[in-house]
Design a protein around this ligand. Structure first.
Ligand code: URA
Length: 239
């Protein structure tokens, strides 16, 4: 792997900052100070930044502000997937999406290398809340809020009671927050759809204890902070 890439993968430095660190003689490979970002290094090389050996990080937890138009899948032979927005290292270390968002849904998508954490966050019995902003056809009313509260019967299952808050209601369109604890296929779209309000746009704002970072542009990702990882693990009894 190129040295500048290794530096940005293993530290909080961006690729540009990694190049600057190399220029400023802060990096050594096998005890020799180096400055070339293109230098190829392997797992057997001892790479130090400011005299500290880089810990080869094996655990990764990310949040992505998913754009519409990408599949949530590890790979697809034809379509672009969310993995295309992450560094290739993430596919290599199996840092995988936690659950799915539809192709046309935007917003908070989490990734982890921790299979047990993902499994617990998705387990229906843990009832982890997911919050979506939905722009829907027609005027939402208190009747729709009550229907969400009661649980909505769909053709193949009854959606558990959920919360819905109307943010604005117009004759043609309304905007609402929906908070659901399940993650069935097209669940939120189907719940609104069954009440006669087709979903025009859907964005996930929150997953369990984590909010979508408002500073992440659409298509951008970042590593979760230690505090965010702890909150996720606490939510599912892993700490
Ligand atoms: N519910 C949906 O209908 N679609 C999503 O992408 C997520 C939840």
């Amino acid at each position: 792997m190129r040295l500048d890439r290794l530096l940005s993968n293993s530290t909080h430095l961006s690729r540009k900052q990694a190049k600057d660190a190399l220029k400023s003689s802060r990096v050594s490979v096998n005890w020799v100070t180096v400055s070339s970002p293109e230098m190829q290094v392997t797992d057997n090389d001892k790479v130090c930044l400011d005299g500290q050996e880089l810990a080869q990080k094996t655990e990764h937890h990310l949040m992505l502000n998913k754009p519409a138009g990408l599949l949530t899948a590890a790979r697809d032979s034809r379509a672009k997937t969310v993995m295309d927005l992450l560094p290739p290292l993430m596919a290599k270390v199996k840092c995988m999406p936690i659950g799915r968002l539809d192709k046309d849904t935007e917003g908070l998508l989490l990734f982890t290398t921790d299979g047990e954490l993902a499994h617990r966050l998705l387990s229906p019995k843990r009832e982890i809340e997911k919050t979506y902003e939905a722009r829907v056809e027609g005027r939402l009313t208190q009747k729709d809020v009550s229907a969400f509260e009661a649980g909505i019967e769909l053709s193949d299952f009854t959606a558990k009671p959920a919360k819905m808050q109307i943010l604005s209601a117009g004759e043609k369109e309304s905007l609402a927050l929906a908070i659901v604890t399940e993650g069935k296929f097209h669940q939120v779209k189907r719940m609104f759809g069954s009440l006669g309000h087709e979903v025009l746009a859907l964005k996930r704002l929150k997953f369990g204890p984590l909010d979508l970072d408002a500073s992440l542009a659409i298509g951008q990702y970042r590593e979760l902070s230690e505090d965010e990882v702890r909150k996720l693990k606490e939510a599912v009894g892993l700490v």
